[in-house]
Design a protein around this ligand. Structure first.
Ligand SMILES: Cc1cc2nc3c(=O)[nH]c(=O)nc-3n(C[C@H](O)[C@H](O)[C@H](O)COP(=O)(O)OP(=O)(O)OC[C@H]3O[C@@H](n4cnc5c(N)ncnc54)[C@H](O)[C@@H]3O)c2cc1C
Ligand SMILES: NC(=O)c1ccc[n+]([C@@H]2O[C@H](COP(=O)([O-])OP(=O)(O)OC[C@H]3O[C@@H](n4cnc5c(N)ncnc54)[C@H](OP(=O)(O)O)[C@@H]3O)[C@@H](O)[C@H]2O)c1
Length: 450
């Protein structure tokens, strides 16, 4: 028993690299550190900052959700845990080199890019992936050069998921709602002077099939500067949707209740409107040099699928956000399933010694908490392999030696704490939780000032 881990003869029986510092990475680290084996976890993150989408995806006006990072901070304080920020696997260090240094590697790298719509005009200026907009307003250092033209009167958001609602809500926030958040100053400035009057959120299926959740659709109705408009005709359900609703989870019924409430509301004269429209798919984005309009086809539901009718409509707009889901990207040397855009695995095990957790394991769905069960399941298999002596033997050397030899500037956890202090100190006089550093240079500079 424990043959492979006993053989290595290091102070720690089991050395595990966790790649990616989002929720899945932290929940995997927590499960490893809580095991009865003697485990050391090195977490490797391409950014100088931890927390993945909790810092760079979750909407800035949801500070309570962002505060899950406090639980991750506690995990990071475990003596068996080390953070190696500013290290990208596949660029700074190859998978093969990493795998040699550890008994096991867990990839929890998330889903790093967007899914395409596959319609003409999708690449016109003014057509944006929601992924890019979200990363921009949250201060992701790779997205700060982008410039979103919010001068047009109508923005269109394609998709009926929670990310689509985040995008719509962020576009609709008033200066007073934005100011106490950690939205970047550039994004606050652009949203405050935006000319957008209507945000049209478009779903290809109906209200019963929308992927969003009740709290998120309900809070739209609380916005100070925008009212929510739903066409009552979209709520006249066909018999199949009626039957689906009758059988559906309570969350789906609450979604529909919110929509019925919006459809019954009289206009209040707020300066902006979020219009939720259903049964429509984009067929083309139109414009000479930039997006000027979008053409939709009306759908009907057939066996739960959206099927195009002959009815088409063109709607003028100044900007389009495509929010139809994220997808994983391959890492050199690591198996990848092009169809699911995930690392192929069985319950998180790719093969003994190689594992996956979170969005790169199961695809881009589920809330932060979903990743806890997911990552804990992966770790259970890893520990089972360790106990069964199935892990491949690890080689000589350490990650520090490898990084030093390659001249990689590593941001250790103390470096992140220094970034964190700098950001919080900048936010305090303005009553904001933090003002994010959002260039690589400023992040690395702050990390050096320990
Ligand atoms: C816009 C948006 C808003 C959301 N809002 C909420 C919300 O309000 N509430 C909620 O419960 N859930 C929310 N979610 C869902 C939640 O964020 C995800 O379930 C969760 O973040 C997935 O965790 P993960 O660890 O798999 O991936 P991620 O959080 O994406 O973490 C992956 C990490 O891996 C790093 N990485 C990637 N490639 C490499 C590499 N090659 N080398 C090293 N590091 C790498 C990335 O930089 C990143 O830090 C939201 C999701 C999105 C997209
Ligand atoms: N506050 C929160 O809790 C919060 C906030 C943000 C994100 N999240 C979570 O993060 C995960 C990802 O969210 P997401 O919004 O990116 O994904 P999602 O929940 O999977 O929603 C994707 C949406 O895009 C639509 N879509 C897909 N392909 C399309 C196409 N070709 N044309 C038109 N529409 C298309 C889908 O419609 P179909 O159903 O018809 O496929 C669906 O409405 C979700 O689990 C979400 O709940 C949570």
């Amino acid at each position: 028993m424990f043959s492979s881990i006993a053989q290595v003869g290091s102070a720690a029986n089991l050395r595990v690299a966790v790649v990616g510092s989002g929720p899945a990475g932290f929940y995997a680290a927590a499960a490893l550190l809580a095991s009865d084996l003697d485990v050391e976890v090195d977490m490797i993150e391409r950014l100088p900052t931890p927390w993945g989408l909790v810092r760079l995806g979750v909407a800035p006006d949801h500070p309570n959700i962002k505060s899950v990072s406090r639980a991750f901070e506690k995990i990071a304080l475990d003596p068996g845990f080390r953070f190696f920020g500013n290290v990208e696997i596949g660029k700074d260090v190859e998978h093969e080199g990493l795998a040699r240094l550890y008994d096991a590697v867990v990839y929890s790298v998330g889903a790093q890019t967007d899914r395409a719509l596959g319609v003409p005009g999708e690449d016109l200026p003014g057509s944006w992936a929601a992924t890019a907009f979200v990363a921009w307003y949250n201060g992701h250092p790779d997205f700060q050069e982008l410039s979103f033209d919010l001068s047009g009167e109508r923005a269109v958001v394609i998709g009926n998921g929670n990310v689509a609602l985040d995008v719509a809500r962020m576009l609709a926030l008033t200066p007073e709602e934005l100011e106490p958040t950690d939205t970047t100053d550039a994004a606050i400035g652009a949203i405050n002077k935006s000319g957008i009057r209507e945000i049209l959120v478009v779903g290809r299926r109906g209200p019963v099939q929308a992927a969003w959740t009740p709290v998120e659709v309900g809070e739209l109705g609380e916005l100070a500067g925008a009212e929510v408009i739903v066409d009552p005709a979209d709520l006249e359900l066909d018999p199949a949707s009626e039957a689906e609703l009758a059988e559906a989870a309570p969350t789906v019924r609450r979604n529909v209740d919110h929509l019925r409430d919006y459809a019954a509301r009289a206009p209040t004269g707020k300066p902006r409107a979020i219009r939720l429209r259903f049964f429509s798919s984009p067929v083309a984005l139109l414009g000479e040099e930039k997006v000027e309009a979008i053409e939709f086809v009306r759908n009907e539901l057939v066996d739960g699928r959206a099927v195009a009718t002959d009815e088409r409509e063109t709607v003028a707009c100044g900007i389009v956000f495509r929010s139809v889901g994220y997808q994983g990207v391959p890492l050199p040397g690591v198996p990848f399933d092009e169809r699911t855009r995930t690392i192929p695995n069985a319950g998180g095990r790719v093969e003994p010694g190689l594992y996956a957790a979170g969005w790169i394991k199961r695809g881009p769905s589920g809330v932060i908490g979903t990743n806890k069960k997911d990552a804990t399941g992966t770790v259970a298999l890893l520990l089972e392999d360790a106990r069964a002596g199935k892990l491949p033997p690890r080689g000589e050397g350490t990650l520090e030696e490898l990084l030093a030899a390659k001249g990689v500037e590593t941001v250790m956890y103390a470096g992140w704490e220094s970034i964190d202090r700098t950001e919080r100190a900048a936010g305090e006089p303005r009553g904001r939780p933090r003002i994010k550093l959002c260039s690589w240079e400023s992040l690395l500079e702050a990390a050096r000032t320990k």
